[in-house]
Design a protein around this ligand. Structure first.
Ligand code: GLU
Length: 299
């Protein structure tokens, strides 16, 4: 947990897999308001380390939507695609600590939690073809952290997580590694993001401990779901935000976060933002994993 005298540094870290939608606006807005209400800095980082999943033009379209919603970031944007040497250094540290193993097992040998139950561990020196690098959690390790909204979280090695990928078989650095290296490099001490990432956070805490990085304060927001209970995302065909009705989008996102309603009438996005910063009540955000969009009148 960061010391309360340290200036607040938060961030929004979209993956450029498609345009911003209401779900990603909620995460951007909450992370920005939480930072601004505490006179903190709010950064944007582009999680563009997975080219096969990316959509051309999505990074610029996300940034344009943020601007239209008066979500103006501090400092230069960090692009993960430019950060390979930092990720490699972190891998070297993990390697030197004996925490990595090479895995060329097919997907069919992974269990439901993504642990490798294949035979790669006995063939380490023989593996020469394409292979992932996995971190092994030492037997009996227990990782605790307290999420500021969702409460105490614990991960014990054994079940459900024994190991996880830090560099993929296609040689791309994995999200778990990159997010930890970048949060530390940018001095991020507060992470506000969707609860879909809550389960992976203990892996990140484990990596922070191994790499000697501080652990930020985490606050995982409920995600917005459609009528089928699916999280809004590109895969579930969430509608891209219409930047022409940015003020209405912000009102909806604030209502989802259970924040006071801005005054009625035609306000500009910047006026809504300023009201929301002044009235931000982080303890009013529902401590739930998911909320149906219908609850705020979105169908
Ligand atoms: N890029 C990730 C996503 O869009 C979020 C990463 C994070 O906030 O840690 O789901």
């Amino acid at each position: 947990m960061p010391d309360s005298s340290t200036p607040y540094r938060g961030r929004f870290a979209p993956s450029p897999t498609g345009p911003l939608h209401l779900g990603s606006l909620i995460a951007a807005l909450a992370s920005c308001l939480d930072a601004r209400a505490q006179q903190g800095s709010w950064l944007v980082r582009m999680d563009d380390l997975d080219p096969p999943r990316e959509e051309p033009g999505a990074a610029d379209s996300i940034l344009q939507s943020l601007r239209c919603h008066a979500l103006h970031w501090d400092e230069d944007i960090l692009y993960q695609s430019h950060r390979s040497s930092s990720y490699q250094k972190a891998l070297d540290t993990l390697q030197a600590k004996g925490l990595l193993f090479v895995c060329d097992c097919p997907r069919t040998q992974l269990d439901a939690n993504g642990n490798c139950s294949g035979g790669c561990r006995c063939r380490q020196t023989d593996i020469t073809g394409p292979a992932a690098l996995r971190v092994r959690l030492p037997k009996g390790s227990i990782i605790h952290f307290t999420d500021q909204l969702q409460g105490q979280q614990t991960l014990a090695s054994g079940l459900p997580i024994n190991d996880f990928v830090v560099r993929r078989k296609d040689d791309l650095y994995a999200y778990q590694l990159a997010v930890v290296v970048d949060d530390a490099a940018q001095g991020i001490n507060h992470v506000v993001r969707g609860s879909d990432l809550l389960d992976t956070t203990a892996k990140q805490v484990f990596l922070q401990q191994q790499l000697g990085y501080p652990t930020p304060a985490y606050r995982h927001l409920p995600v917005i779901t459609n009528s089928l209970g699916q999280k809004f995302s590109k895969q579930t065909h969430a509608r891209p935000l219409d930047n022409d009705v940015a003020a209405d989008n912000l009102r909806l996102a604030l209502s989802f976060l259970n924040q006071p309603d801005p005054p009625p009438g035609p306000l500009q996005p910047a006026e809504i933002l300023s009201f929301a910063i002044n009235h931000w009540q982080r303890d009013q955000i529902p401590a739930r994993a998911a909320i149906d969009a219908a609850a705020i009148g979105v169908t």
